[in-house]
Design a protein. Structure first.
Length: 164
């Protein structure tokens, strides 16, 4: 899939959506550490494993100064023998939130999932992450179930899904 430079600005800076480069890894890992609490944020090994999965893809949004504003990891896989997309993570730098970066990443991720023949996409989010839950609901995701003790063996997650 060919990604395009988007006509979106954050604080008068153009944003560019692009594929992940291996040189991005340290910055993505640091961003993940900032976005999620210890134990929920991925270890370096976990993040690299998700990025390298055969079924996965990683999208990056950067500003005009080539600072990474956010990234998303998605994958296309079978769920109960049916093809489905999965949002592994979406991370947006705090100062870039509410500027369209999250929607840009999710639009591109959902488009990629759909282009590979998948009609649904799933994700998990912590039950106490009200801003993420509201964001996903605005994007048309519905709560499908609760996964007990998904995070750290004690915090429940919501399984959310959307038909594309």
């Amino acid at each position: 899939m060919q990604l395009r430079i988007v006509d979106l600005k954050l604080a008068n800076m153009p944003l560019r959506l692009r594929e992940y480069h291996k040189e991005d890894f340290d910055e993505l890992w640091q961003l993940d550490q900032q976005c999620f609490p210890p134990g929920i944020a991925y270890s370096r090994f976990e993040l690299m494993r998700f990025i390298r999965q055969r079924s996965a893809f990683t999208l990056v949004v950067e500003d005009g100064e080539h600072t990474i504003c956010g990234f998303a990891i998605g994958e296309c896989r079978a769920v109960k023998s049916r093809p489905a997309g999965h949002v592994v993570t979406i991370d947006v730098r705090e100062q870039c939130r509410r500027g369209g970066v999250g929607n840009l990443l999710m639009d591109a991720l959902e488009a990629r999932v759909h282009q590979t023949g998948n009609e649904v996409v799933y994700l998990e989010t912590a039950v106490d992450n009200s801003s993420a839950i509201a964001f996903y609901k605005r994007r048309g995701y519905a709560v499908l179930s609760t996964i007990p003790r998904y995070y750290l063996g004690k915090l429940d997650a919501l399984l959310m899904g959307k038909k594309l």
